[in-house]
Structure formats: C-alpha cells, structure tokens
Design a binder for this molecule. Structure first.
Ligand code: NDP
Ligand code: 2IT
Length: 448
C-alpha cells in the first residue's frame, strides 16, 4: 500500500498532467488533498479504494454553446458549463456564475469546493457548479433575458429536482433565476424544484437572499465565541458589494459591529463612521450602479481606485466577499500588520495559498469559505425541502435553521481539529469534517 505522502504526491502529479491549464482547480484540490493527510493515516481504506482519485475527477463536465442576440440585432456566442462533480450524498447542487473570467478551471474549483461545503451543511446535497463567460455588466434586461433563455435551452437537458439543482452565484441573482426558470417551465412544464433562489411568488424561500451573508456572521460569531471573544464593537473590513457582502454588513451591524469598507472590482469605499447598508442596497439592488456612487450619496465616505486589501487602517475582522484570489501574500501581511484577529471568507477561495500561510503564521483565526459561506447553499437545500412538500416556511423558521446549521459547521470543524490535534486549524478541520461523510458514502455505494 502506498504511503500517504507518496499517494498525495502521485494524485497531484496526475491532476497537473491531466489539466495543466487549470490553476484555480489545482489550488482548490491541492489544499484539500494536503489537509486530508491525517485522515488517510488513520483510514488506509480510503487509499486502498483510491477515494481521492475519484473525488478530484468530476462525475460529468458539460460544455455548451450559448448564442444570443443583443438589442442592436448582433449575434454573440458564449460558452456555457455545468460540472456535476459528486453525487455521493445527494443531487448535484451549486450556483451558476456569469462573469467574463469563467472557464472550466474556475467552474471545476467551485464545483469541487461545493462537495465538501454541501456535506458540512448536514443536508443531502452533492456538489456541482456552472456558468458562462457572458458579462452581464451594462446589458439591458432584454439582453439578460435572451441570454438566460438560450443558456437554459441547453442546460434543461441535464438538470432535474432530484438530479441537479442550480442557483445563483456572481452575476446571477433573482432576475436571472426568474428568466432561467421561465425558460425551463416553457420547455418542461411547471417544476419549481428545478432551481433555488427563486422569487417568493413562484416557490422561493424566505431568507435565501440574506442567507450567505447572514450565515457568514452566524459562523463568525461562533468562531469568535470559541476564542472567548465577542463580535460587538469590532471594526470590520468587507470586500465586495454584491449579495454576500450586503447581507454580511447588515447582520454584522445588527450584532453591534462596525463595517467601514465596501468595494467592487474598480475600487472601494471607506467610511470610519460605518457603512450605511441601505445606501449600498439602493445602489446595487435597485439602481444596479457602481460602488463609487456611494461617495456621492454619503459625504463622510471616500472612494479610492484599487483593492480594499491595500488600504492601511486598524481593524479587527476581515470578511472577503468578492471573488477568488482577491487577497495575495503581501495583502495578507498587511491584514496581520493592521491588527486583524479574525478572517472569515464569504467569497469562494478569496485567499491565495500563500495568504493563508500568512494568516496561520500570524495567529489570525481563519474561517475558510467552505465553512463560512455555506449558509447560501444550506438555505437552497431548505428551499428544495419546501418545494417538495409544497409549503413555505416563515422567515424566522428558515433563519433559525440557518443559524443552527452555521453553528454546527463551526462545531464540526472544531471537533475535527481537536480529534486530529491540528492546533486550531479550522480550515483543515472543515475539509476533514466535510470529507468524512462523502468518503463513507462513496465507499458504501461501491466505486465502479
Ligand atoms: P454578486 O455578483 O452579487 O457580487 C459580486 C461582488 O464581487 C461585486 O461587488 C463584484 O464587483 C465583486 N467582484 C466580482 N469579481 C471581482 C473581481 N474579479 N475583482 C474584484 N471584485 C470582484 O456575487 P455574490 O455576492 O453572490 O458572490 C460573491 C462571492 O461569494 C463569490 O465568490 C461567490 O462565489 C461567493 N458565494 C456566493 C453565494 C451566494 O449565495 N450568492 C454563496 C456562497 C458563496 P463588480 O461589480 O465590479 O464585478
Ligand atoms: O457558492 C455557493 O455556495 C453558492 N453560490 C450557492 C449555491 C446554491 O446552490 O445555493
């Protein structure tokens, strides 16, 4: 039997040789492989069955053409993806991303992360992800609608309420889910379990819009409490100004913390008095504008071009909520120098591998994405339950289940950290806790 180090080294070589042009997928997969070494030492049966060899290879990856027509009558062609990564514990579940940077590497990294994230929720959902390199910025509603209809015309062949249930991610919110659902229904008839994040009028769940941001703060609260500390009166830096950032800011402020930044891919707002989340909602959710406009509406705020992670101020907590690899090694060093004690990831893989090493060296208590941002997909799974029983639960009911799920994720990660004596490594703890359930299910179901 191969030893653990040799097994992992061999897997990494296979991944690199098979897909040399997938750096994001390699980053996500290598981090998980490394943190599973203690589990493999204890459970040689996982090596014998080559469970990790199966885990890093998607069950299925679908790529398709998405032709659409703009308002001037010009024809465009984008590329669509759906990666159905792992169904060991339930139907494939994960969002759709519309962003020009989307390619197979990015969708594979997101789908791979989703496997262990979804397992951590304790709900019966497998891992998947999809999207397109279509850029929704500056497009009219009609253009977004035509794109979504074309995208769904192909995607509908591959999804189903017990097979694969997509939802939102970057560039996909309530408007896009509505257009996608309408096209699915046109082609297949009414079936509201097909997507989550739907409007409340046609099968959506209360609290799904808030879920990822609220969930991030519920998780953060548990993380901080584990250190004998509290969120109240802490100063927070948030990046992003989308769905996750907005509801993280709202819930953090409800908990008595002060959020002093908000950002987009062009620049960031800083206001030492605290960000007014209603103004952010107005700009982003109603006007679909840029975060720069915040400084026109709030006189104490300043706008600067560039990354919020280069802003040198004293603060306590960092909440990256924008995109992958938004924090590099030097920016992580600045986070440590500025005195931040906690960092919890609302975005997927916002920290580079080198940045995470800096957090650990500096004793920053680090809550990884697959634990900290699992609230969105958790409430998506609750939406699926409501659709199955044709009932709609109250906001408080969904929200209190979300809170329990997030606290439970922290506890599971902390328990794994303790069991394997990892020294407060909640990243490895989350990877291990998420993996064990998936691995047992894969073994139980037979591998070929
Ligand atoms: P939105 O589309 O609502 O908002 C995305 C935000 O991130 C925008 O402010 C956007 O700015 C910024 N952003 C996107 N790409 C970049 C970039 N390359 N550089 C700097 N800023 C960027 O998306 P969400 O809020 O839904 O998603 C944010 C993150 O959270 C993503 O990593 C997503 O995968 C993750 N996530 C989302 C969940 C959900 O339920 N929605 C669940 C779990 C995780 P700009 O407008 O300039 O592009
Ligand atoms: O990254 C994520 O977990 C999401 N974008 C949410 C996926 C979902 O199915 O709700």
């Amino acid at each position: 039997m191969a030893d653990v180090e040799a097994y992992i080294k061999d897997l990494k070589e296979t991944i690199t040789q098979r897909d040399p042009n997938q750096p994001e997928f390699q980053e996500a997969a290598f981090t998980v492989l490394d943190s599973l070494k203690p589990v493999l030492k204890k459970h040689p049966e996982y090596i014998k069955a080559n469970i990790l060899g199966s885990l890093v290879e998607p069950e299925r990856a679908i790529q398709f053409r998405v032709p659409w027509q703009d308002d001037e009558g010009n024809f465009h062609v984008n590329r669509g993806f759906r990666v159905q990564f792992n169904s060991a514990i339930g139907p494939y579940k994960g969002g759709l991303r519309l962003h020009p940077s989307v390619n197979l590497s990015i969708i594979k990294f997101l789908g791979f992360e989703q496997i262990l994230k979804n397992s951590l929720t304790g709900l019966l959902i497998g891992g998947g992800k999809g999207g397109s390199d279509f850029d929704p910025k500056g497009k009219s509603d009609s253009e977004i609608m035509r794109f979504c209809q074309s995208f769904m015309t192909e995607l509908q062949k591959h999804i189903g309420p017990d097979l694969d249930v997509p939802a939102g991610d970057i560039g996909v919110g309530g408007r896009e889910i509505g257009y996608l659902y309408g096209q699915y229904k046109r082609l297949n008839g009414s079936q509201n379990g097909i997507l989550t994040g739907k409007g409340l009028e046609y099968g959506g769940s209360l609290a799904r819009t808030e879920a990822t941001g609220f969930g991030l703060i519920y998780y953060l609260n548990a993380l901080i409490k584990g250190q004998g500390d509290q969120l109240k009166n802490k100063t927070i830096k948030v990046s992003g100004a989308g769905n996750v950032a907005i509801y993280a800011i709202q819930k953090a402020q409800e908990n008595g913390a002060k959020v002093v930044t908000v950002s987009d891919s062009n620049g960031y707002i800083y206001d030492e008095n605290g960000i007014d989340v209603d103004v952010v909602k107005q700009i982003k959710e109603v006007e679909r504008g840029r975060i720069k406009e915040y400084a026109d509406k709030v006189k104490t705020a300043t706008y600067s071009e560039g990354s919020v992670w280069d802003l040198d101020i004293k603060y306590d907590i960092a909440l990256p909520c924008a995109t992958q690899n938004e924090i590099d090694e030097d920016q992580a060093k600045l986070i440590a120098k500025d005195g931040a004690k906690y960092l919890a990831e609302g975005a997927n893989m916002p920290s580079t591998t080198e940045a995470i090493a800096v957090y650990k060296e500096n004793g920053i208590v680090y809550g990884p994405a697959k634990a900290a941002n699992a609230g969105g997909v958790a409430v998506s799974a609750l939406e699926m339950s409501q659709n199955s029983e044709r009932l709609a639960w109250t906001f408080d009911d969904v929200d209190s289940q979300l809170k329990d799920i997030m606290e439970n994720i922290y506890e599971k990660s902390a328990a794994a950290d303790k069991e394997y004596d990892l020294g407060q490594d909640y990243q490895a703890g989350a990877n291990i806790a998420g993996f064990e359930k998936v691995a047992k299910a894969m073994l139980a179901q037979g591998l070929v």
